[in-house]
Design a protein. Sequence first.
Length: 464
Amino acid sequence: MSVQHDFTRDFSHEHILGVAQKLSPEVVQLLKIIQTPRLEQISMIYQELQENPCLELSDFDEIHQEIEEEEEIDLEEIVGEKDIARFIEEELPYYFEPTREEEELREQFVHQPTLKEHLDGELRLHVTDPDEIEIGEFIIEYIDEHGFLKASIQDIAKATGAKPEKVEKVLKTIQSFDPPGIAARDVREALIIQVKRMGMDGLILRILEEAYDKFKKMDLQGIAKKLGVDIEEIRDAVEFIKSINPVPAKGRWGEVSYVVPHVIVEEDGDDYRVILNEYDLPFIRISPVYLEMLRNPENYDKKTLEFVREKMRKAILFLRGLELSRETFRRIVEYIVDRQKEFLRKGIMYKKPLRMREIAKAVGVHESTVSRKVQGVYIQTPRGVFRLKDLLSKGVGENELSRDMIKERIRLIIENERKERPLSDGEIAEILKREGISVGRRTVAKYRGEMGIPPANIRRKINA
């Protein structure tokens, strides 16, 4: 027996996830739609179009012409399910219309962060313990350009003074980041990490864990004999393994790429206006054919009508889920933009620390929803095009200053140093300390290296 709820309250962003375990299957499905990452929505929509005949592709002109010709579309009455209003805050949706930027779409160039910058950003978003962050920084420092870890657990434990078990824990966290297989110690481990992330724990994983030497030689008979499995099954599994990328970071990082932004931020007086650009989403609607069937139930048998009503209920909930998903995404973006106004106005020195936890609390959703919604999304601002995720940052030091702000301050200090006597990393740390920025020499060295700035002795030789 399902629990009854005030669904107007349940659909508020402050409450929607807190009662998820008590809700009916229909509302749980709505939550799933709301949490779907922006980049996965298009495949979700086309899958729903294939499975539900009560939904169909359309376009703006066709929809609005039909609406003008109708006296009134009373979906609640047509569906014959008065209780469906429990699931919907407002009137039942008839269609989903993507928002699009009116100007001609143009690809914008954006500079991708280097692999190490990407991993360091992920580390600071997912790890809060300072000791684990330090261990993670050492791990990332020893990841080569192909994505492989070139230091042992023992070496990292010795360098950081941490127990090997703690190093292994942090390594597992980093191995959960993208690209899949990152921080593996060899090709075999990279393949195993990817297979496990795909949720495959059967024959494919057994081949990699128990018969990898024979796999490298493509000894299918040997694998089959060792594992006691039919040769045809081995052949299919091996073909799948061969399709997996054995080099985690192959040719993807630190390059300039071109994207169509999913969000456009424009100046609006002293404020900023957020425009969602759903250029890749289709215009879908409730099928008039099936609406007509429910308008004239006397022409159809009971079984057919029950099938259509069930599909119609799902179609209506799906459209409402898309609207709620859009609203959730908009609120997340608007909060990020509002918190980073000073950065948009004045530049990197004014970027504020901002974590997913803070956004989730402000918007009223779970932290995992924020993570999904910002993944892979690009935002066009007056300061250029960024990954939306790049506007998030964990604070550093007692004053919780953003890493980007500290890096920019280090860059400016070095830019203005005496050329005949470049500053050491320790001296830069002292200058920052006097300015109220408490970071150590090692952190200065790390940030300087990430910016591609050589150490003091090399700068001295260059200047000479």
